[in-house]
Write a protein that binds this ligand. Structure first.
Ligand code: BG6
Length: 470
C-alpha cells in the first residue's frame, strides 16, 4: 500500500553539475587536463564529443536557471573552473572576464531563488600545472590551489554561502594513477597515488582555513563519494579486505575532512608497505585544525570486495589488500555498468550519523545515466524516463528511513539538472531532468523534471514501501 514519504519543509531539492562538464571552453585563459586530453586524444571520447561546447551553460545559464526553477529546484551545485577564473596561476590574479561570468551566473541563481553550492575543483586541474610541476603530486600545486581558492572567496564570498573544496577527490588518484581512466592515465602508480591523496587533503584543509579566516558567515564542506565496501562473506579475510577498501577509498578523505586525522589502520598499513605519504608536522597540523562545516555525499554504486589473491603486483597497489568482487545476480544499470543498490544510501547515512558525530550532510549526487533516451520521447516531445523516477524514489525511500532515525541530512541533489558532458562517455548516457539536444542546444523537460517539481512542492511523494528492494 502506498504511503506518503515526507521530507522536511526546508529540505534541499536540486541537482549538480560542474563547470568543465557544462560551460564549454568559451573565453577561457587556460586549458584544464580534460580540455587538453580531448584536444590531443579525441578518440578516447564517445563519438569524439568533447567539453568544447558541452551544454553551453556559458551562454545559456539564464534560461537554464529559469528552467531549474520551473522544475522545483531550490538549490544547485556547480563549480568554478580554475582555468577560467584565474589569469595568473602563480599569483592567483583573477581574469576579469572569468570573474564577470561567475558574478552574472551567481546573480541569476539568486534571482531564481536557487541556493548555490559552489565547488572549487571537479577533476579540472589547469594542464600547465601538470606539465610544470607534476600536478597533484606537487606541494607547490597545493599552494597554488589555495591561492585560487582565496581569489574565489574574495570575488564571490559575499554572494555564495555554501562552498565545497573538492568533488570526489579520491577519483583523481584512483582513476588517474591506479587504473588509467582519467588524465594523466597512469596505471599502477600506487605510491604516487598515496601522495596525491595526502596532497589533496592538504589543499582542501588550506582552502578551508582561508575561508574560515575571511569570516563571510557562510559554510564550507567537501563532496565525497562514500561508496561502502561490502565484503563477499563474513570470513576474516573478506572482512579485512572490506576494512582496507573503506579506509583507502572512503576514510582517507572522510576522516581528515571531519576529524582532521587519517585512520590509524590506514597509516599503519601504508607505513608497513613502505608507501606512506611525505608529510611534515606543520602540514598535519593544518589538516588537524581545518575541518569541514558540512559534507556532501555522492552515491551511485556500492563497492563489493573480497580478500586479495595470493599473487599480486610487484609494485605497491591497493589490490595487495583487497579485490573487487563481482557479485552474482546484482541489479545493474547496463548503460553505465554500475550496480543499483539503493540500500547503500541508508548505510552511508547511518555511518555518518553513528561514526562521524551526525555532522550535517546532503546527498550531493545520485543518478542514473541512460543511453538512447530519444526512444522514450513521445509525440509531444517529452522524454518519459519512468525508470529514472523509479530509481530516485527507491533511493529516496532509504534516505527517508535514515532521516526518520535521526540522520542529519538536509538535502538531495541528483546528477544532473540538464544533460551534461561526461568524462570519456561524453553524451552517451544522459542523466538530466532536462534533455539537451546537441544539434541546437534546445532544452526540454523530461517526465522526471515534472516529477521533481511535484516532490519539491509537496515535500515528498506517495510510495509503496514494498518496492524497496535494497
Ligand atoms: C560523478 C562525478 O562521479 O559521477 C561526475 O562527480 C560524473 O562528474 C558523474 O559525471 C556520473 O558519472 P559518469 O562517468 O557517467 O559521467
Amino acid at each position: 500500500m502506498k504511503q506518503k514519504i515526507k521530507f522536511p519543509e526546508n529540505f534541499w531539492w536540486g541537482a549538480a553539475t560542474s563547470g568543465p562538464q557544462s560551460e564549454g571552453w568559451f573565453n577561457k585563459r587556460h586549458e584544464n587536463v580534460m580540455d587538453y586530453w580531448y584536444r590531443t586524444q579525441r578518440n578516447d571520447f564517445f563519438n569524439g564529443v568533447g567539453p568544447d561546447v558541452a551544454s553551453d551553460f556559458y551562454h545559456k545559464y539564464k534560461d537554464d536557471f529559469a528552467m531549474m526553477k520551473q522544475i522545483g529546484m531550490n538549490s544547485f551545485r556547480t563549480s568554478i573552473q580554475w582555468s577560467r577564473l584565474i589569469k595568473d596561476l602563480e599569483t592567483g590574479e583573477p581574469d576579469p572576464e572569468g570573474v564577470q561570468f561567475y558574478k552574472d551566473m551567481i546573480e541569476e541563481a539568486k534571482k531564481n531563488d536557487i541556493i548555490l553550492v559552489m565547488n572549487l575543483h571537479h577533476f579540472d586541474l589547469p594542464i600547465e600545472l601538470f606539465e610544470k610541476y607534476g600536478g597533484w603530486e606537487s606541494k607547490h600545486v597545493v599552494d597554488l590551489f589555495a591561492k585560487f581558492a582565496k581569489t574565489a572567496f574574495e570575488c564571490f564570498g559575499n554572494d555564495v554561502k555554501y562552498w565545497t573544496t573538492f568533488n570526489e577527490p579520491m577519483v583523481i588518484p584512483e582513476a588517474g594513477y591506479l587504473y588509467g581512466v582519467h588524465f594523466p592515465k597512469y596505471v599502477g602508480k600506487g605510491k604516487e597515488c598515496v601522495q596525491v591523496i595526502f596532497n589533496i587533503n592538504l589543499a582542501s584543509a588550506k582552502a578551508i582555513e582561508i575561508y574560515h579566516s575571511m569570516n563571510f558567515g557562510g559554510e564550507i564542506g567537501i563532496i565525497l563519494n562514500l561508496t561502502p565496501a561490502y565484503p563477499r562473506s563474513e570470513s576474516k579475510e573478506d572482512l579485512e579486505a572490506a576494512h582496507f577498501a573503506d579506509d583507502f577509498f572512503g576514510r582517507s578523505f572522510l576522516d581528515p575532512a571531519v576529524f582532521g586525522t587519517f585512520p590509524e589502520t590506514l597509516v599503519h598499513t601504508l607505513k608497513e608497505d613502505g608507501v606512506l605519504w611525505d608529510a611534515t608536522k606543520e602540514e598535519l597540523e593544518t589538516i588537524k585544525h581545518n575541518t569541514v562545516d558540512f559534507l556532501g555525499v555522492n552515491y551511485y554504486q556500492p563497492k563489493r570486495v573480497k580478500a586479495p589473491a595470493m599473487e599480486h603486483d610487484e609494485n605497491w597497489m591497493p589490490s595487495w589488500h583487497f579485490e573487487e568482487y563481482d557479485m552474482p545476480g546484482k541489479r545493474m544499470n547496463p548503460y553505465r555498468g554500475w550496480e543499483i543498490y539503493p540500500r547503500a544510501i541508508y548505510d552511508i547515512a547511518k555511518n555518518v550519523q553513528n561514526n562521524y558525530g551526525n555532522i550535517k550532510w546532503f546527498i550531493s549526487e545520485n543518478g542514473m545515466g541512460v543511453e538512447g533516451e530519444e526512444r522514450y520521447r513521445d509525440e509531444n516531445g517529452k522524454i518519459n524516463d519512468d525508470y529514472r523516477i523509479d530509481f530516485y524514489e527507491e533511493h529516496l525511500a532509504w534516505l527517508n528511513k535514515a532521516i526518520q532515525e535521526g540522520s542529519n541530512c538536509f538535502g538531495y541533489h541528483a546528477w544532473t539538472a540538464f544533460d551534461c558532458w561526461s568524462w570519456n562517455n561524453a553524451y552517451k548516457n544522459r542523466y538530466g531532468f532536462i534533455a539537451v539536444d546537441l544539434n541546437d542546444q534546445k532544452r526540454t523537460i523530461k517526465k522526471s523534471g515534472e516529477w521533481l517539481k511535484k516532490v519539491s512542492e509537496e515535500h515528498g511523494y506517495e510510495y509503496d514501501l514494498d518496492q524497496m528492494k535494497g
